[in-house]
Ligand binder design. Sequence first.
Ligand code: LLP
Length: 414
Amino acid sequence: MSFFAERDNELNVEDVPLSRIAEQFGTPCFVYSRAALTSTYRAYEEQFGAHPHLICYAAKANSNLAILDILARLGSGFDIVSGGELRRVLAAGGNPRKVVFSGVGKSEAELREAVAADILCFNVESESEMQRLARIAHDAGRVAPVSVRVNPDVDARTHPYISTGLRRNKFGVGVEDALRLYQYAQATPSLRVTGIDCHIGSQLTDLAPMEDAAGKVVALVDQLADTGIDIEHIDFGGGLGIRYTDETPPPQTELVKMLLDCVGPRQLAIMIEPGRSLIGNAGVLLTRVEYLKHGQEKNFAVIDAAMNDLMRPALYDAHHDIRPVRNTDKPGSIYDVVGPVCETGDFLGKDRTLAIDEGDLLAVMSAGAYAMSMSSNYNTRPRAAEIMVDGSSVHLVGERERVEDLYARESRLP
Ligand code: LLP
């Protein structure tokens, strides 16, 4: 079911026409659908059935408090990668006992904070981190639950910047080193081995690399059991891709089915850390055409959103569909859709056929994940407002930044 459908020639989010949102809150703004988010969450949840499991939403995809709140109320756990994300999850009402902490560079302060919060598990990515965590937990008089992030050395076949499961990537430890780390953890009183973890990359559109990685991790669990190290959960990470334009990622149900098959009769809880597949297609970036500019070689639609709002096209050459909010029968022209930022890389779409006039609204689709969370203030542009639609209700869940806020923490010389 689409929560972004046309009604009376106009794109709606659930029951709300986008033009009404633009009128009320201005542009650019991100518009999210609560029903879309809820339905992707439930699709995972239902497929797991009675098998013990926990969905840990990767907060980095979009860490707006309303989104974390909706997921927390659905029972979701969270995958965090910083002390900042931990605080957001707690502020949104998330349960620390459902939080896993990933990332290669957890600082002393971050580890201390997460130990004090009594989180569910630390996904440890190196020997030095394991030792640091052991010391911090010991000093706090606590026992830290640990999982080793294994780098299974498989090619996720995605953009190289978001591929994480190859030996040459900075993530995790090799299968050969994992055993040593587990033995260290097992022998250290301030650590308790609870799980194993992997994550091979993002925007994966093929199940095969995930299956390959899952097989390697399960084999390692069996090997660990043979040496007397018992694992309680396997965390298979995130990574399932979404359709931006014509990609055909496997459905969520197929991914879960594959993981259940892989684990088989073993007494292991399954965890996953989806980000994009939960929120990516639950949000759009609503923007207005400022100018139509007919150049010598190209036509440009200059819009009021820019690379600072959505940097995926500039950073990964990513494609996001761009749709006029109001549809007409007029013939379109071909435009590069560009922002006001002073860089040639500031485009949200290239060579798009659009029937538009100055002042028209456009929706940049699939902007729920890695859009707002990667936004910046480049060119001293305030971050966009964020709106959550829930049926026919509209909630402002992120105020537009004010320019004064952007330099409030700076000062002139005395
Ligand atoms: N778990 C870990 C340890 C991760 O590093 C990530 C994403 C996830 C889970 C969630 O992956 P997902 O289900 O969203 O694919 N900025 C890039 C994506 C970077 C992903 C980083 N790690 C983009 O805009 O495509």
